[in-house]
Design a protein around this ligand. Structure first.
Ligand code: FE2
Length: 324
């Protein structure tokens, strides 16, 4: 059974326990989350050079859309300002900054009527994030940037929370994926050829009810990385833009408290992607080795953005600070 909680007045420890049991939390708009979505919108408007972003797909060829969108994503993902705003969100929500670790966020655009469904606009079919080597302690935070409706939100498939779904995660190696595929999204315009875990069950589990949650802008949906979920095929005529990021509690990683593993068998772990909220410290290596004992250089275990981008964003942040 999956319960959906709205603005539950519970401490984070209780909320995590509920999420590990398959529940979903919906949070009403809060100033810190509004600030994060406004920042994402600012970067999108600046990058696309257009302020009617939801309808832009009707005015430009898809190749141009990809050309404009591709550089906006890493700017948002790796910008120091983004990190600060996400830390403010999790602290506002009562998470302990010394126990909470964050990975880099994602910025997604799901276009309507299949205009773009691969690469930078990849529309995720039903999946669990744990198939991509996410830890069982992972809590996903999903925030729309513009108003959404049932036709362009995301769907949950809670009937499969505690039942295995046959999938190909056993063939997936996270370290190999980081090395070869993760930086190649912008090249996948017509078709996505990157090796992604997928459902192999025949017939696929499409006959169970799904649940679509429609959160307001400035609000969020929180759920376990073990929750089976998918991108709703968008036929609203408008591109849906959203942010997502993930938190994990290190105490839970150490104690093994987390969601049950129903069917995930990838090689590697994404634990090293996470950094501590209080000081950006890395995840202790021994915790990653406890999941996968392969010793691997940090630069191979974690996708590395170009150094030139990081330098550019740092300089931009410094200039903003001086200007302020
Ligand atoms: Fe996902």
């Amino acid at each position: 059974m999956t319960a959906i909680h709205y603005d539950a007045r519970v401490v984070d420890d209780v909320r995590r326990a509920q999420i590990y049991a398959g529940d979903i939390h919906v949070i009403s708009p809060r100033p810190a989350m509004q600030a994060l979505t406004e920042w994402a919108r600012e970067l999108l408007v600046r990058g696309f050079g257009d302020d009617d972003l939801e309808m832009l797909q009707h005015r430009v060829p898809v190749e141009r859309f990809v050309e404009l969108f591709a550089p906006i994503k890493p700017r948002f993902i790796h910008h120091p300002q983004t990190w600060e705003l996400i830390c403010a969100v999790v602290e506002d929500m009562g998470l302990d900054p010394r126990a909470t670790y964050l990975d880099v966020p994602r910025l997604r655009g799901v276009t309507s009527h299949g205009y773009l469904s691969s690469g930078v606009g990849y529309a995720f079919p039903m999946h669990r994030d744990t198939w991509w080597a996410a830890p069982m302690q992972q809590v996903n935070w999903w925030l729309p940037i513009f108003p959404i409706e049932s036709g362009n939100t995301m769907a949950f498939h809670p009937a499969w929370w505690d039942r295995p779904v046959e999938n190909s995660s056993g063939e997936f190696d996270y370290y190999e994926y980081n090395r070869t595929a993760r930086g190649a999204a912008a090249k996948q315009v017509k078709r996505d050829t990157r090796p992604q875990p997928r459902i192999t069950q025949d017939p696929p589990p499409l006959d169970t009810p799904s649940v679509r949650l429609v959160a307001p802008v400035g609000g969020a949906i929180l759920f376990s990385g073990q929750q089976l979920h998918s991108t709703v095929p968008n036929e609203t005529g408008r591109t849906r833009f959203s942010i997502d990021f993930r938190t994990i509690d290190i105490g839970d990683v150490k104690s093994g408290r987390g969601a049950p593993n129903m069917d995930s068998a990838p090689a590697g772990t994404s634990l090293r992607d996470f950094r501590r909220v209080s000081d950006r410290a890395r995840m202790p290596e021994k915790l990653a080795l406890a999941v996968d004992p392969r010793r691997i250089a940090f630069r191979k275990a974690v996708f590395q953005p170009p150094a030139s981008l990081l330098a550019e964003l740092a300089a931009e942040t410094a200039a903003r600070t001086v200007a302020a």
